[in-house]
Write a protein that binds this ligand. Structure first.
Ligand code: ATP
Length: 264
């Protein structure tokens, strides 16, 4: 019986790409995260919401190695202890992070930006001047199509709209073939149609990769979220479908007594 239980637990664990237990982050005595448990299955698109200062960014910072926890476990693909790795190692292990503001090379073309981001052994300059292989070109065109910028491949990235720059940066991240993507407000500052396209892009990506999205725009979350985790005061307050979350009194209370509405 015990053996069976252990086996069951192991099977469940095997599906987890990320498993966090008892996480604590201490900034000079202030606990930005406390006793936080969080896990993610392969292929999930998980939205992370919560009021200002809830700890969302800090959680992403711990996962990508920018911030080291004072306590707790952070395991990637079961056996990789992320607390023991530096930021650049974690990127190589397959975790890609995108911050809110797009950072593309504005004087290079869209295609060149993507080509530079390819997972490769070559240095930056040789990546620019060496001819891409047909396999690489295929990958580049696949990503160009996915981010909707095929027709703008030869345009300078600096001439793109804000939304297009965001998609390009997501495409650049995808060229690294990460297993887990961490995205910070990918739809911030976008027009309604760009926001819509971004939501669809996230679902396209989640067909093969796992994504955590930190988001404030509740209309966006409502439209595109499958599972939502609500953080409050450094720990998980609730987790569930958007419908569960919207009807939860405690969640409404932490959002200053309002229902979870757009811009809350
Ligand atoms: N480097 C730091 N030193 C001290 N305190 C910090 C540091 N970084 C974050 N904090 C504090 O930790 C808490 C959690 O911050 P965090 O940025 O993770 O929240 P958040 O949920 O991402 O908020 P927002 O939605 O406003 O971006 C906040 O009270 C913040 O002031």
């Amino acid at each position: 019986m015990l053996g069976q239980l252990a086996k069951q637990e192991q099977t469940t664990d095997e599906k987890k790409i990320l498993s966090i237990k008892g996480l604590e982050v201490n900034f000079d005595g202030f606990k930005a995260l406390r006793n936080l448990d969080f896990s993610l299955q392969y292929g999930e698109l998980r939205f992370l919401i919560g009021p200002n200062g809830a700890g969302k960014t800090t959680l992403l910072d711990v996962i990508c190695g920018k911030v080291k926890p004072s306590q707790g476990q952070v395991f990637f693909k079961d056996a990789i202890d992320l607390t023991k790795h530096q930021e650049h190692q974690i990127a190589q292990l397959g975790i890609g992070r995108k911050f809110q503001a797009p950072t593309v090379f504005s004087t290079l073309t869209v295609f060149e930006n993507l080509a530079l981001s390819m997972k490769q052994q070559r240095g930056l300059l040789s990546a620019l001047w060496t001819k891409t292989t047909s396999e690489q070109r295929e990958r580049l065109h696949l990503r160009l199509g996915m981010i909707g910028l095929e027709s703008k491949a030869k345009e300078r990235a600096g001439s793109l709209s804000h939304g297009e720059k965001q998609w390009l940066e997501i495409g650049m991240l995808l060229m690294q073939e990460p297993d887990l993507l961490l995205l910070d407000e990918p739809a911030a500052g976008m027009t309604d149609s760009e926001t819509e396209k971004t939501g669809e892009l996230l679902h396209d990506i989640a067909a093969n990769q796992t994504i955590i999205v930190v988001e404030h725009d509740m209309a966006f979350v409502r439209q595109f979220a499958r599972t939502v985790t609500v953080l409050h005061e450094g720990t998980v307050l609730r987790e569930g479908t958007m419908a569960d979350i919207q009807n939860d009194d405690k969640v409404a209370e932490v959002y200053l007594g309002r229902r979870v509405e757009r811009g809350a």
